[in-house]
Design a protein around this ligand. Structure first.
Ligand SMILES: Nc1ncnc2c1ncn2[C@@H]1O[C@H](COP(=O)(O)OP(=O)(O)OP(=O)(O)O)[C@@H](O)[C@H]1O
Length: 722
């Protein structure tokens, strides 16, 4: 257990020392001191001996339904296991089912995918949850303006229990930084479009660091080395191997490893077309010989492949050879290269010369099925499924709702204040545009022509100036990506996110609207008086916030820059049309446009309020000096067709309530996306499949009975119920 009084660096060293392999090369069963600090409450009650994660899967078949109702077996009867202290690599050509196997094991299958067979964790059939397993996806969705240390620290405070002292949290953060080899870039920002940050390999390591922070016993990684150069790929894989040596169970899909990376694998699961080609020790598929016999012992260098009749030619990377044997695209490559010097050179010792890839795959899968490798894997899985052990589950984030909301607000505020494109650029543009408005309508006065000028000015401010806020959409999309990654990994709840997002933006929106509103108000010289000024800026603030809330709601369902901006612009264009300026309120066609559209449009309420705010109490010159002056109230009623009996504060109140309504819509959009959409998709997939099979779910393709897709979405719901 961590000594609270010890210095930060001492605690870090304790963690690192504890993580060093024991005699047999790994920390077995137990937890290192800092891991224990996270699990201590659970372990005091539940821990019964070994808490490591022993994962086994038996006859795993995954079938997906396609849009035409056809079904396709993506995985067929896979059996395998992953043990604590080992690093298992899933390899296979593109489309062979690597990601699907990872998803099936980690309970993240898509809703149109159906699973049969069993997954055992410590001998128990269980759906994996956030607290038991961590999943690192291919995309590094990180906040570009935070440094590596800040990113990990915020994550720690978002998920670790409130009552854990900060010194312990910091020790965990520091040990994670050291463990992932991120010390050199710990104070460098992640980087975004205008900030030069850390490298791709370092980003990948930060993503992994965020998931190992809670010290999960089981770690899944989907192509952690994709897009990295071979040196970065090596270091990332080496780190993963190091993580496994802490008694963790690490499973990763790896696309095309270099020979150095391949050397780091403990076990290899080779897939082709959803079938097992090989499962066993990587060293038994690949038997490295470093002596003089290296060049003369081809038949022995890659044991499984040699035995199956496909020894690796000399000087070829083993993983390249394995993938060549099972990737049917290589038939096309061979045809293209036919007759070239390269092919003639390799033709002498390449067994693949004589057969097509389909034949090679068949030979390898048949050989594996009857081999000792398959037999011992089945036997091991059988044994593992019988030994019942403790499953440690932290239940996702252990921080309180208040702590999550506070930390998210703080993190979001820091990000907004550092990202020039989030609000600062908008402030500059708003100031420029309002200076332009101020100059054009400068000292508008109370002449006859100023009546329309005041109307046009208000319409421009509450129409176009608020419209400019859709420029924040790309930043919202980035926020949503980070949210989705963190949410899928159970870091915090939707409510905390919506609240934090609303609060963190508030100071910036107040700043932007008060500065630009003040410039506009005093340059144009709208209705004199502080209350009139206050109403104007509050109206501007609430309108801009409504636009932000609307765009956030759109970003939660349309996570694409262009589509989101087009949809947002379209909605606001319609709202502007019915605001009462481009067509007077009583002239707007009643069905649809007047009722309900104009009432839904925040522009309508903003304009009605501002017209009243500006005109009531003022006297305007008539067309000629000999005619009597025109009172503002008359203009409101007969020119702008405004109901003067309604207080302008009611208009303002309606806009503020729209903010709440849009935030609630935002919340429900996320919920619908998370819970309802997958359910509907799953229902439709099952219905299509039943229709295709005459009312029956096709059990011949999935012999052990189909279960509903164990998607994470389903889990999210279950998890909260507990
Ligand atoms: N939910 C799904 N609906 C329809 N088809 C699917 C679904 N999931 C997987 N597939 C199909 O199953 C096959 C295997 O997909 P998977 O993503 O598991 O392969 P992979 O080996 O990870 O490929 P890559 O290396 O390209 O990521 C592909 O042909 C894919 O189109």
């Amino acid at each position: 257990m961590t000594n609270k009084g010890s210095s930060n660096s001492e605690v870090v060293m304790m963690e690192i020392e504890a993580n060093k392999p024991t005699g047999n090369g790994m920390v077995v069963g137990g937890l290192s001191p800092l891991s224990e600090t996270i699990w201590k409450e659970k372990t005091s009650v539940e821990m019964v001996g070994d808490v490591s994660a022993r994962l086994a899967w038996k006859d795993l078949t995954v079938m997906v339904t396609l849009s035409n109702g056809e079904t396709q077996n993506v995985l067929e009867g896979l059996t395998g296991y992953a043990e604590p202290g080992t690093f298992t690599a899933l390899m296979g050509p593109s489309g062979s089912g690597k990601s699907t196997l990872l998803d099936a094991l980690s309970s993240r299958l898509a809703t149109n995918a159906f699973l049969s067979g069993n997954v055992f964790l410590n001998g128990r059939k269980t759906k994996l949850s956030f607290g038991t397993a961590a999943y690192v996806t291919q995309d590094d969705n990180l906040i570009g303006t935070l440094t590596v240390r800040e990113t990990i620290s915020y994550s720690a405070r978002l998920r670790l229990p409130d009552k854990m002292p900060w010194s312990e949290k910091r020790a965990l953060v520091e040990s994670t930084i050291v463990e992932m080899g991120l010390q050199d870039c710990a104070d460098t920002v992640i980087g975004n479009w205008h900030l030069r940050g850390i490298s791709g390999g370092e980003k990948r390591r930060v993503s992994i660091a965020l998931e190992i922070l809670m010290r999960p016993r089981l770690l899944f990684l989907d192509e952690p080395t994709s897009g990295l150069d071979s040196a970065s790929a090596f270091f990332v894989t080496q780190t993963l191997r190091g993580l496994s040596r802490d008694g963790r169970t690490v499973i990763a899909s790896i696309h095309q490893p270099s020979s150095e990376v391949f050397e780091l694998f403990d076990r290899l699961y080779l897939l082709s077309g959803g079938k097992t080609v090989y499962f066993g020790l990587a060293s038994e598929a690949y038997e490295a010989r470093l002596d003089l016999l290296f060049f003369f012992s081809k038949g022995k260098r890659y044991r499984f492949f040699s035995q199956a009749g496909f020894p690796c030619p000399a000087l070829r990377n083993p993983s390249d050879h394995f993938l060549r044997c099972i990737n049917s695209d290589f038939d096309k490559v061979k045809a293209t290269l036919k007759g070239s010097m390269k092919l003639r050179f390799e033709a002498s010792d390449d067994p693949l010369e004589k057969v097509t890839t389909a034949e090679a795959i068949r030979a390898l899968t048949d050989y594996y099925r009857t081999s000792q490798y398959c037999y011992s894997a089945n036997e091991k899985v059988e044994n593992m499924s019988k030994v019942k052990g403790t499953v440690l589950d932290s239940g996702g984030s252990q921080a309180s709702f208040l702590m999550q909301s506070f930390m998210l607000t703080k993190r979001s505020f820091v990000n907004m204040s550092r990202d020039f494109g989030y609000y600062w650029l908008r402030l500059v543009i708003y100031v420029l545009v309002t200076v332009c408005i101020g100059t054009i309508y400068f000292n508008v006065g109370t002449g006859y022509n100023s009546i329309l000028a005041r109307g046009a000015c208000a319409s421009f401010v509450f129409g176009f100036v608020t419209f400019m806020s859709i420029g924040g959409f790309p930043s919202f999309v980035e926020d949503m990506k980070v949210f989705q990654r963190e949410r899928l990994n159970g870091h915090y709840g939707v409510t905390a996110f919506v609240i934090s997002n609303t609060i963190s933006a508030m100071p910036f929106l107040i700043l932007i609207t008060f500065i630009s509103g003040t410039i506009c108000y005093y340059m144009v010289r709208l209705h004199p008086g502080f209350v009139h000024y206050l109403f104007f800026v509050l109206c501007l603030y609430s309108s801009v916030t409504v636009v932000e809330s609307l765009m956030m709601a759109i970003a939660s369902v349309v996570p694409n820059f262009l589509m989101g901006i087009i949809i947002g612009a379209g909605i606001q264009g319609i709202f502007m049309l019915v605001s009462g300026y481009f067509r007077l309120p009583n002239d707007i066609p009643k069905p649809v446009w007047r009722y309900p559209m104009s009432y839904i449009s925040f522009h309508f309420w903003a304009l009605q309020g501002q017209y009243q705010n500006d005109l009531v109490g003022l006297m305007f010159d008539n067309q000629t000096p000999d005619l009597p002056k025109i009172p503002g109230e008359y203009i409101l009623e007969y020119v702008f067709q405004i109901t003067v009996s309604r207080s302008k504060w009611i208009d303002l109140g309606v806009i503020f309530s729209m903010i709440i309504v849009y935030r609630i819509i935002f919340f429900f959009m996320i919920k619908i996306n998370e819970d309802l959409t997958p359910w509907v998709r799953g229902y439709l997939a099952r219905k299509r499949m039943k229709q295709k099979n005459g009312g029956q779910i096709n059990t011949t393709v999935a012999p052990y009975g189909l279960t509903q897709s164990p998607s994470l979405r389903t889990y999210v719901a279950d998890h909260r119920k507990r």
